[in-house]
Design a protein around this ligand. Structure first.
Ligand SMILES: NC(=O)c1ccc[n+]([C@@H]2O[C@H](COP(=O)([O-])OP(=O)(O)OC[C@H]3O[C@@H](n4cnc5c(N)ncnc54)[C@H](O)[C@@H]3O)[C@@H](O)[C@H]2O)c1
Length: 265
């Protein structure tokens, strides 16, 4: 079963083999796609993305997702390397400066908050606007970003990432309208279960919370590999009329009030 045969894509955010984007890149290639990989220049130095590039025979193009020139260069080079416009893009980027520097939500530093919004949410708008301007994606293409349910419900230690994700999801809806109207391109966000990655485990109390979410979800937490499967279906031609949606990929967590496993501890 090769759902992405003949398709070309760009995957942001593979830092190491725990990254959700790492698993998505592997699945896309296994399903027949040709891809380029990208990450921030600093992540290229500290992460292990080169291994993934070699394994998947995919070129790595550095780009700070907040920098418009980097994004233009990434899209132009990807089209050269892949031999034409792309069909899908994954935005898998998240970073909170206040979380990283351990600032409480009620004592936030606003310059850092703006930086967080730029990296974690506005970069998604910048990416889509640059893609549209350069006419870099084929009609009926698919753009995805990864998000978290803290956009809708309160999770105290998620800090300013909650607002970042709310903004990200809103960009998917608003840009999804324009992209759909002009190019038949669909834009969605996937709201993933807690996942043991560098970004995930940076949140205070993540281990306990991971277990709680697992016991609360009737299917248990969705893994990064399962998220990759879902991304592949969303990039494939089987989901061409799904757009402007926030899609929960969380084992049922988002619909739960209480579960027996949580009640009984
Ligand atoms: N891990 C979880 O529990 C979880 C749950 C739901 C959603 N998500 C989301 O999934 C996405 C991927 O995160 P992950 O959990 O795989 O962690 P990760 O740490 O492996 O990935 C985050 C990526 O963002 C990249 N990044 C940071 N600043 C950047 C910049 N300026 N330009 C380009 N890239 C930049 C990092 O280099 C890294 O590769 C994020 O949007 C995250 O919020 C994660």
């Amino acid at each position: 079963m090769k759902l992405l045969e003949g398709k070309k894509g760009i995957i942001f955010g593979a830092l190491d083999d725990k990254s959700i984007a790492w698993k998505v890149a592997e699945s896309c290639v296994a399903h027949g796609a040709k891809i380029t990989l990208t990450n921030a220049p600093v992540a290229l130095r500290f992460g292990t993305i080169n291994e993934l590039g070699e394994k998947l025979n995919a070129e790595i193009i550095p780009a700070d997702a907040t920098n418009l020139e980097d994004l233009e260069n990434l899209l132009t080079k990807s089209m050269e390397i892949l031999g034409g416009k792309v069909d899908f893009i994954l935005h898998s980027i998240g970073m909170s400066v206040n979380v990283r520097k351990k600032r409480e939500y009620t004592n936030i530093k606003y310059e850092w908050m703006q930086k967080t919004f730029d990296i974690s949410a506005i970069s998604f708008h910048k990416l889509m606007q640059t893609t549209l301007k350069l006419d870099a994606i084929n009609d009926w293409g698919s753009v995805l970003a990864l998000t978290y349910i803290a956009a809708q419900r309160t999770f105290p230690d998620y800090n300013e990432m909650a607002e970042s994700k709310a903004l990200l999801e809103s960009f998917a809806r608003s840009f999804g309208y324009h992209f759909g109207d002009q190019k038949k391109v669909r834009v969605n966000t996937i709201s993933q279960s807690p996942t043991m990655t560098t970004a995930g485990s940076g949140v205070k109390g993540f281990d306990e919370f991971f277990g709680y979410a697992d016991r609360m979800s009737p299917l248990g937490n969705a893994t990064a590999e399962a998220c990759a499967d879902y991304c592949v279906t969303m990039f494939s031609d089987l989901t061409r009329y799904v757009t402007m949606q926030n899609l929960y990929h969380d084992g049922g967590f988002s619909m739960m009030g209480m579960s027996e496993k949580v009640l009984k501890g």
